[in-house]
Write a protein of this length. Structure first.
Length: 254
């Protein structure tokens, strides 16, 4: 009888530990590149791992595309494409990502996630706008367009920022994008020319970050994150975590 009593206590104790250690959600951090490889990937991975410790969620980092399959993705609530580039997934892997989002889960894209998978129409609509060109790194003013989103609480209405300012292809791939942040083109030189690819800016409204519901799930994107030290800036980290939190849970918008 005593042995059964102690056994029951042990089981209860182990269950309590398991419940206590259960994280909020689980993230797949994906950084595969088939084009330009950003120096900031390492800093981004370390920052998001620390973010997971701070905000109590699990982070699995992968560059191997074999982990992008329907069975493996079942254990995650959000996929982060951190500075991915070019064509990184085959048809089967693309279908796995589509089913993942259609199951009500989330996607977060950082910087060159918009320079990825141009020939996959479903993906380009999820991203919302695809990269076209950028000028040299410059300082410019960011302007908040919508503060009613997680992570935007401490983002000032106007912020001096240095980054690689992406100009995006027009028209946008999605028409329901909710713009969070824009860059003021009057505060930097947007002109760029790469052979026949020429950029002159996007005009009065130049989106930098946005979100939207997509195909049963959620998608968040920010073009910030080219410079490695960006990932040690708390305003940027709050911005990213807000996107991760919303994409993973659907919560945070009043």
């Amino acid at each position: 009888m005593k042995n059964k009593y102690f056994f029951s206590l042990a089981v209860l104790f182990l269950c309590s530990i398991s419940a206590f250690s259960q994280k909020q959600f689980k993230v797949l951090l994906f950084t595969k590149t088939a084009g330009w490889h950003h120096e900031s990937i390492h800093e981004g991975v370390e920052a998001i791992r620390k973010m997971g410790d701070r905000h109590f969620f699990d982070v699995d980092w992968q560059e191997n595309t074999m982990f992008i399959n329907e069975k493996n993705l079942e254990k995650y609530q959000v996929i982060i494409f951190l500075n991915t580039t070019a064509d990184v997934l085959n048809d089967e892997q693309q279908k796995a990502v589509e089913k993942f989002i259609q199951a009500g889960k989330g996607w977060v894209g950082i910087h060159s996630a918009s320079d990825t998978e141009y020939e996959w129409p479903w993906y380009t609509k999820m991203v919302g706008m695809m990269f076209k060109i950028h000028p040299t790194n410059q300082t410019a003013y960011l302007r908040v367009q919508d503060s009613n989103f997680p992570g935007m609480e401490r983002f000032p209405k106007k912020l001096l920022w240095t980054d690689e300012w992406y100009e995006f292809q027009t028209p946008a791939k999605a028409t329901d994008l909710k713009i969070l942040v824009t860059v003021d083109e009057k505060t930097y030189n947007p002109n760029a020319k790469w052979g026949t690819n020429e950029g002159k800016g996007m005009g009065a409204v130049h989106p930098i970050s946005w979100y939207h519901p997509y195909d049963g799930g959620r998608a968040f994107y920010t073009a910030l994150g080219h410079i490695p030290s960006t990932f040690s800036d708390q305003t940027f980290l709050d911005h990213i975590y807000g996107g991760i939190y919303w994409a993973a849970t659907g919560k945070g918008i009043e």
